[in-house]
Design a binder for this molecule. Structure first.
Ligand code: LLP
Length: 419
């Protein structure tokens, strides 16, 4: 039978070999994204750095791939730092973010000589300074600011609006307090600012707007406090294809941003700082696919047909959380005419556990296999054990060959840690 192939592997064969649900991740696709980062950013512009936002998808294997490509990584928790450490990731290339970094997380970061900590609040300055002093080290820091911009994306993944839990607000009195705190710190080296507008952005206008805002801030800080900014981290957020989006290449974001940066640097008579980008979803989203087995097919005459699969919101929370849209194929019937309109439901005890409303499919039955595309980002990383459903296996594909990266969780492991 002719089954759908994902990066050269027969998806149904994979499903039978490893069981379902199954995360498939193409290492070839990840590496080709790294190549695009190099050709359109790192090799094209001097004094630049690319940092992968590991929250999108982090395994020991992924950290090793990112390191082998010479990219840095961003972490937002002790667990992500620990994973990077265990993979042998060079700590000088790791950045630590977060709106509520715990003292023990900051200690873990500093004890292991993390490259940068991104301060998210004026009061964090003293905490990080103290921990750096205890460790007799000078910690390099950036400050995340919230430029007060609303991006065109789901409310839950906007991160730079005025009313945001992320970043230092751009209000004079807050910036003054921040700068006083930084001036007063003894063990921090303040390198520059960071912003992250939001996620799954398909237009570059909000990044450009933020650059103008941030340069004005950099100029104010230079005039008032004498700080020359050495670095500027412009975050990630570059969008990908889920259904009918038509994302532009990375250069669509990079080139106008770099132009705006050069122009602003000239305008304010500054040396252009080192520019850092932080893509997460763009690096990994389209590299992933989830394979499910179809179970119950329930027709409500005149209403809708629910086709249930053996996973759902536990392996992909995004449709329930953000009304995210996905595309899918019946993998063992992908060449057949699509004659029916069905709704793909997960198996959780939750009415909101719907993966895809209204998907065109051929006639489906129990035992068919469904493949959902673009599940590489924020699927595995947002997995939950709701309903005591176990975590799927994760298989990496490289040069048409499959290799288990994470094996399926067992029932026994579900109870691990219960005393
Ligand atoms: N840098 C910072 C500081 C961030 O907060 C984020 C994402 C990124 C980089 C990477 O953004 P990306 O390039 O992946 O868009 N769970 C949500 C996405 C949350 C993103 C939060 N921050 C989702 O599934 O859509």
């Amino acid at each position: 039978m002719d089954n759908f192939k994902f990066h050269g592997v027969d998806t149904v064969k994979m499903a039978k070999k490893y069981g379902t649900p199954l995360y498939l991740v193409s290492e070839d696709e990840i590496r080709s994204r790294c190549e695009e980062i190099k050709s359109s950013f790192l090799n094209k512009y001097e004094n630049t750095m690319a940092v992968y936002a590991s929250k999108a998808f982090l395994t020991v294997d992924m950290a090793k791939i990112i390191n082998s490509e010479g990219l840095g990584m961003d972490s937002v928790s002790g667990g992500e730092i620990f994973t990077a450490l265990k993979s042998g990731f060079p700590m000088e290339n790791l950045i630590f973010h977060g709106n509520n970094k715990l003292e023990e997380e900051i200690e873990l970061a500093i004890e292991n000589n993390i490259g940068r900590i991104v301060i998210d609040d004026v009061n964090e300055v003293k905490i990080i300074d103290e921990i750096a002093a205890n460790n007799k080290t000078i910690q390099k820091v950036l400050v995340r600011v919230s430029p007060g911009i609303e991006s065109d994306t789901h409310k839950y993944i906007q991160t730079a609006q005025v009313d945001s839990k992320f970043g230092v607000p751009l209000k004079d009195e807050v910036i003054d307090e921040l700068m006083e705190n930084l001036k007063g710190s003894k063990n921090l080296e303040f390198l520059g600012f960071h912003f992250h507008i939001g996620s799954q952005l398909l237009k570059n206008d909000t990044h450009l707007k933020a650059i103008d805002i941030i340069f004005k801030l950099m100029d104010d800080v230079k005039t008032k406090y004498g700080y020359e900014m050495k670095e500027l981290n412009v975050g990630g957020g570059f969008g990908i294809k889920y259904t009918d989006e038509e994302p532009e290449p990375l250069s669509y974001f990079i080139d106008p941003m770099m132009k705006a940066i050069e122009e602003n640097a000239k305008k304010y008579g500054m040396e252009r700082p080192k520019i850092i980008i932080e893509p997460g979803r763009w690096m990994i989203g389209e590299a992933g696919m989830t394979v499910y087995k179809i179970g119950t097919v329930k027709e409500i005459p005149g209403v809708r047909t629910y086709v249930s699969v053996d996973g759902g919101m536990t392996d992909n929370i995004r449709p329930s959380l953000y009304q995210a849209k996905y595309d899918a194929l019946v993998l063992n019937k992908y060449k057949e005419d699509k004659t029916e309109l069905v709704t793909i439901a997960g198996k959780c005890c939750e009415s909101g556990d719907i993966l895809i409303w209204d998907l065109e499919v051929p006639k489906v039955e129990r035992g068919d296999y469904l493949g959902v595309f673009s599940t590489g980002a924020y699927n595995y990383s947002m997995f939950s054990n709701y309903n005591k459903i176990t975590r799927p296996a994760l298989v990496m594909i490289k040069d048409g060959k499959d290799k288990v990266s994470i094996r399926r969780q067992t029932y026994k492991e579900l109870l691990k840690g219960q005393i």
